[in-house]
Design a protein around this ligand. Structure first.
Ligand SMILES: [Zn+2]
Length: 182
């Protein structure tokens, strides 16, 4: 947990980019563990109150998304299930589960990096964080450091495809030997 020094007059865009860099560093931790690189940090009064990165694979938990872990940590820390006046920074547009969580926890503002055309629930596929029928709507800023956030994901998937391909080729190379033994 740390505080990033902030100039009093810093414009919001600069603040947003600073925290998105912080979330990107958390995404690196996911990547190092072989998880899809997404990071999230919950900020109140320019201080981190919760942070998380994807852990679904290593925890055998489909709900262990970066946002989920950041919110859980923050709620325990502030001893409150409502996280009023907070901002969630996340490198990828939240899914429906996480968007629902943001509404439940009354997070004030969502700032995300890359858009997710397949599962994004903050404008791409659907919009649960600004749904007029729900009892809470968030302020949303999208596309902050979007290229950096998207590149991190696409290079991860590219590398994973190459690894799968190499593993498959290695397996095929071994098979003739095997059949020869029979
Ligand atoms: Zn999610």
């Amino acid at each position: 947990m740390s505080e990033i020094p902030q100039a009093v007059t810093e414009p919001e865009q600069q603040t947003d980019e600073r925290w998105m860099h912080y979330a990107l560093a958390l995404a690196d931790k996911a990547e190092q563990a072989g998880e899809i690189p997404v990071g999230a940090v919950l900020v109140k009064d320019n201080q981190v109150i919760g942070e998380g990165w994807n852990m679904s694979i290593c925890r055998h938990d489909p709900s262990a998304h970066a946002e989920m872990l950041a919110i859980r940590e923050a709620a325990v820390r502030v001893q409150n299930y409502r996280l009023l006046d907070t901002t969630l920074y996340v490198t990828l547009e939240p899914c429906a589960m996480c968007a629902g969580l943001l509404v439940h926890s009354r997070v004030k503002r969502l700032v995300f990096g890359a858009f997710d055309a397949k599962t994004g629930a903050a404008g791409s596929v659907t919009d649960l964080v600004r749904h007029p029928v729900l009892n809470h709507q968030l302020e949303v800023t999208s596309g902050v450091l979007a290229d950096l956030c998207a590149d991190k994901l696409s290079s991860f998937f590219r590398r994973r495809r190459q690894e799968h391909k190499a593993a498959k080729a290695a397996k095929q190379a071994q098979e003739p030997e095997k059949s020869g033994e029979r």
